[in-house]
Unconditional design. Structure first.
Length: 94
């Protein structure tokens, strides 16, 4: 059965000279010298990730372990119900 993943949101973080594209929904990331390069590489990485879990015969298991649910032929990511600020101020580093 063919399944699809649509509308995957990612975070792009600048760290030094690199941009990091990350998705907590798939727990994967990649880098680039520009935001566009990081996002483009992330798209390629998602494609490779999906191909590999299919090739290993475990897409249902891999996505389920990440909190995804399958509805009809479509995989849906876990829904964030709440978020909270855990650390209100940074601790000093000696």
């Amino acid at each position: 059965m063919a399944s699809t993943i649509n509308d995957l949101r990612i975070q792009v973080i600048k760290q030094g000279a690199l941009y990091i594209a990350y998705s907590h929904l798939l727990d994967i990331s990649t880098t680039g010298k520009s935001e566009k390069q990081a996002v483009d590489r992330f798209g390629t990485l998602v494609h490779i990730f999906i191909q590999e879990i299919i090739k290993k015969g475990m897409p249902d298991n891999a996505l389920s372990e990440l909190g995804w649910t399958q509805r009809a032929k479509r995989w849906e990511p876990p829904v964030i119900k709440a978020s909270a600020l855990v650390v209100k101020s940074a601790a000093s580093v000696a």
